[in-house]
Ligand binder design. Structure first.
Ligand SMILES: NC(=O)c1ccc[n+]([C@@H]2O[C@H](COP(=O)([O-])OP(=O)(O)OC[C@H]3O[C@@H](n4cnc5c(N)ncnc54)[C@H](O)[C@@H]3O)[C@@H](O)[C@H]2O)c1
Ligand SMILES: [Fe+2]
Length: 418
């Protein structure tokens, strides 16, 4: 009875959130697309900015030479910049403070982020830190970045988070094992380039996990009760593209068409979920990231089949429509068959990508706390199709426990094979 009343209250709150989102002033970034489009972005920055830039990235991308072409274009154009490369996956407040100091030392007035979601989020956070003159830990939650951020330009090097098009940035708190989101329309970058040339060397394991993150965005946005006609179109296009091109990008990393299609799909999925929201897959995955340092996309990929199976009775038609749209099921198939085909396809992709179906590091004794935190994260944030009670959440997460003799399931990490 209590759970039913809670569900009614949550549905009403979510309906209010949908109305609020509809009137929020989204200023979507200007987007340049296509192999080599980073150069167009740099020309645009040259027109827009007279001061110097802080180029935010991570050290391994620099060492791998991913930045080389863009850096020489920056030099050729005579743009002033300093590099800050101290961002690592899942950035912390300490890294944001260090980036802020680098910004002040460089006297920079705008930011250029080149990297995956961690670097892009870090750049948003450094920009927010600089404009608001307070720690990002004091701006977590909804609409608390009052003074906005410094002008931010983005070149993603993964096709996953869509962070270049989202109103979110995540700061990790390693002490309390939490990942805290800042959610604010003012976090949107000014412009971005979706340039597949920077993604050609992305290792297969990261291609897979980041691509599955983008797929999760598309699916959770489509199944959200706060979906709109526009987010539906974006989510369907993105999902169709990911089902088609992610296996190609995984198997043939140098296939520039597959890389470019994935970059566009991840961007579209980012736009869809920034309006419609995500759901329990993310809520549970965030806890795996914070507690066990499982890379974000990998955690989503592992959790996705379980949450979709649980949600199916509440969103059978939508799952079926998505499956048919992506040609995972025949146009004449029943909703049940089509929805099952969606889950089966995700399981098969995980298997092809060597993504396990359990989480080796998950511990039985952590499950109640993870379930509680995931439910709390979703409660006033995500318009999920079906709510989990504490008991249902614990049962669902327990299915991810490794079997006692599960030694074959070495957990892949972003560092495997790099
Ligand atoms: N802001 C948002 O809307 C949003 C949405 C989803 C996730 N996130 C956050 O984004 C982060 C995850 O981002 P991610 O999945 O893009 O991964 P990431 O940015 O953490 O990068 C993962 C690894 O890939 C490497 N890498 C990136 N691009 C490469 C390239 N082209 N070639 C070789 N190596 C490359 C990086 O050096 C790093 O070691 C998490 O912190 C997650 O919480 C944010
Ligand atoms: Fe995500």
């Amino acid at each position: 009875m209590l759970f039913t009343l809670e569900k009614i209250a949550l549905r009403l709150y979510m309906a209010g959130l949908k109305t609020t989102t509809a009137i929020l002033p989204f200023r979507w970034p200007t987007v340049f697309q296509g192999p080599g489009s980073s150069h167009q972005l740099l020309l645009y920055i040259q027109q827009q900015e007279s001061g110097s830039l802080l180029l935010i990235t991570d050290a391994s991308l620099r060492q791998l030479g991913v930045l080389d072409a863009v850096v020489s274009q920056l030099d050729n154009l005579g743009l002033n910049y300093q590099v800050f490369d101290q961002i690592t996956p899942d950035p912390t407040n300490e890294q944001i403070e260090a980036g802020y100091q680098a910004l002040q030392a460089a006297g920079a007035s705008a930011l250029l982020a080149i990297g995956g979601g961690s670097v892009i989020d870090a750049a948003k956070l450094i920009g927010a830190r600089a404009k608001n003159k307070k720690s990002v830990l004091n701006m977590t939650g909804l609409l608390r970045v009052w003074r906005g951020i410094l002008p931010l330009y983005v070149i993603p090097t993964t096709a996953g988070t869509g962070s270049e098009a989202t109103i979110a940035a995540i700061v990790s708190d390693p002490v309390q094992q939490r990942k805290l989101p800042l959610i604010d329309v003012r976090l949107l970058p000014k412009a971005a380039a979706l340039d597949a040339k920077l993604m050609l060397g992305l290792p297969a394991s990261i291609t897979a996990s980041t691509g599955m993150d983008a797929l999760t965005h598309a699916i959770e946005a489509y199944l959200s009760r706060n979906a709109t006609r526009q987010t539906d179109q974006q989510a369907l296009m993105a999902a169709q593209c990911i089902f088609k091109y992610l296996p190609i990008a995984f198997a043939q990393g140098k296939d520039i068409e597959a890389r470019q299609q994935m970059a566009s799909a991840a961007h579209l999925a980012g736009k869809a979920f920034t309006v419609a929201g995500v759901g329990y897959i993310h809520a549970i995955a965030h806890n795996f990231g914070a507690r066990y340092h499982v890379p974000h996309g990998l955690a989503n990929a592992i959790v996705m089949p379980y949450v979709l199976t649980f949600s199916k009775p509440a969103c059978l038609k939508r799952m079926a429509t998505l499956a048919r749209h992506c040609e995972l099921a025949a146009a004449t198939s029943s909703d049940q068959v089509a929805a099952d085909a969606l889950v089966e396809r995700i399981r098969a992709m995980n298997q092809d990508f060597q993504i396990p179906d359990t989480l080796k590091t998950l511990r039985q004794e952590d499950i109640p706390a993870i379930a509680k935190a995931a439910r709390a994260e979703a409660r006033f944030t995500y318009a999920v199709p079906r709510y989990l009670s504490q008991q249902q959440a614990e049962q669902l997460i327990a299915r991810l426990l490794p079997l006692p003799d599960d030694s074959s399931h070495a957990q892949p990490s972003h560092h495997d094979g790099c």
